[in-house]
Design a binder for this molecule. Structure first.
Ligand SMILES: Cc1cc2nc3c(=O)[nH]c(=O)nc-3n(C[C@H](O)[C@H](O)[C@H](O)COP(=O)(O)O)c2cc1C
Length: 245
């Protein structure tokens, strides 16, 4: 049976980390991508998200350098090599494995975020910030009414923001644009503060949580890391009782 087009697209979207730097993504397409993002569901329709379209090279270099530095710290220094090898165990070719480890521990893997042609940099970065206040003030019609204190509104914002991000990644793929969600430059609170300052994000009420690089891929990437199938991740009625089709 032919698979549904939407499901096919969901399955074929890949994280793209090599872009044709010289081929810009026009604002009209970025608009469409963000618009698709805005159709994501959110608790009480609070839409607790804002997106900053980063085209400025200086800002891109800053965000990219943070990603590179943190990767060197995390994978180059703090993570034992056996652990990195274990995590990348799905890579069958020894040469590819060594290459992947090398670009990871030296931080090269994230040079593309700086947007430079030598490293196939992405021409655009979207930075997604979410509303961490309790009062649901990110959408005018709900101002002051939503996210009553104690109702985990900040958590809802992370969840809704993540759904928005996935919508954007899928919309990009549907338009033939490659993307990569990345958090490495926002995983440390120092970096969240530094990036917020540079982009003028009113942190900590608004917190940048994820970036999405956008651009035309250097080459089509269809093969991704393996996925667990429903038999492995789904249960029927009770935890541990397998769900089968
Ligand atoms: C919350 C989140 C954070 C991620 N952070 C990074 C990151 O910092 N750097 C990166 O290169 N990819 C990052 N990714 C992309 C994943 O590595 C990628 O989606 C995953 O390996 C599956 O590959 P695929 O998207 O090609 O199927 C992130 C994805 C998500 C959802």
């Amino acid at each position: 049976m032919d698979e549904n087009e939407t499901i096919k697209m969901i399955k074929s979207r890949r994280a793209i980390r090599d872009y044709v730097t010289s081929k810009d993504v026009p604002d009209e397409l970025i608009y469409k991508i963000i618009e698709a993002g805005a159709y994501a569901p959110s608790a009480e329709n609070q839409q607790p998200w804002r997106v900053i379209v980063v085209r400025n090279k200086k800002l891109q270099r800053l965000i990219g350098q943070i990603a590179v530095d943190r990767t060197i710290e995390l994978f180059g220094r703090a993570t034992p090599r056996e652990e990195i090898e274990r995590r990348l165990g799905y890579i069958e070719s020894k040469v590819s494995l060594e290459r992947t480890i090398d670009i990871l521990i030296t931080g090269q893997r994230f040079e593309y975020i700086k947007g430079e042609p030598e490293t196939n940099g992405a021409p655009v970065i979207l930075v997604l910030a979410i509303d961490q206040t309790h009062v649901g003030n990110s959408q005018a019609t709900l101002r002051g009414t939503g996210g009553v204190y104690g109702w985990s509104s900040p958590r809802h914002a992370v969840i809704a923001g993540s759904m928005m991000m996935q919508n954007m990644a899928l919309a990009a793929a549907a338009l033939g644009i490659g993307s990569c969600v990345s958090s490495v430059q926002l995983d440390h609170f120092d970096d969240v503060g530094a990036i917020s300052k540079e982009l003028g994000i009113p942190y900590p009420h608004w917190v940048p949580i994820l970036c999405l690089t956008l651009g035309y891929p250097v080459s089509e990437r269809t093969l991704g890391p393996p996925r667990q199938m429903p038999e492995e991740i789904a249960f029927l009625d009770k935890w541990g009782k397998p769900f089968k089709k």
